[in-house]
Design a protein around this ligand. Sequence first.
Ligand SMILES: [Zn+2]
Ligand SMILES: [Zn+2]
Length: 255
Amino acid sequence: MVSDNTLETRVLCEKRHGGLVGRKLSIELSDSEHKLNYLVDAGLRDYPCRAYNAVFLTHHHKDHIRGLNRIPFQDTLTSHVISPMLNSKFSLPGLRINTRKSRGGIRAREHLYLSSGVYLDIFNISKCPVPVYEDAMIEVWGLPVNHDPQFQCVSYLIRNRWTNRIIWVSGDLYKLPKSSLEFLLRHDIALAILELTYFNNNGSGDYHLDLAAASSIISVIKPKAYWFVHFSGKWKGFEHLIKKNVPKPRQVYKF
Ligand SMILES: [Zn+2]
Ligand SMILES: [Zn+2]
């Protein structure tokens, strides 16, 4: 195992608007020597030349999957892409189905590959948080969130097995189901990362988080630290309200 057992969390993003993290992003976790590397979401077109062990997708909107084909993996046999169940209307870049073996649709995980040769690990999140991944370094649970009702959307609770510290990374959401909230409350969250698309939704029926909703989630979960990411142009003029919780370029959180 690596000398220092902490993981470094950072936001990789393509563009910043007024100093804020834009919508094309991935969250990267890696040990200090970059031997173990993980991503949440694949919103970037280009990735650092690291070899990733696992990529966790929160949902299948374009801005979260568009770079999937460009990610360098550690080893196509042991690396994984982990994703909530697919809806046939939304495909993934480079998705291949082994039709020779496939029976009963596309749910059997051993029958799904990406063009890179990496396994696609599909899980069903319909009820409660589920364990979705485990290796010597991390343990990960998928927690449902309410975002686009057309498909399953999740957030991830990630525990460093060496330090026992936990972070929670959510993609787009506007509400947390009770089961996810209760699961979060049973854990001490060191860092929460939330996508804060709008300053104010005004009940527009859009399925994204605004500042009031984000603040109430934070006040209940009480993480030691929290980061807001994924801002849209609608934040223009309001940047000062959240600047202290927006990660700076190359800012790192160790856990
Ligand atoms: Zn989305
Ligand atoms: Zn999004």
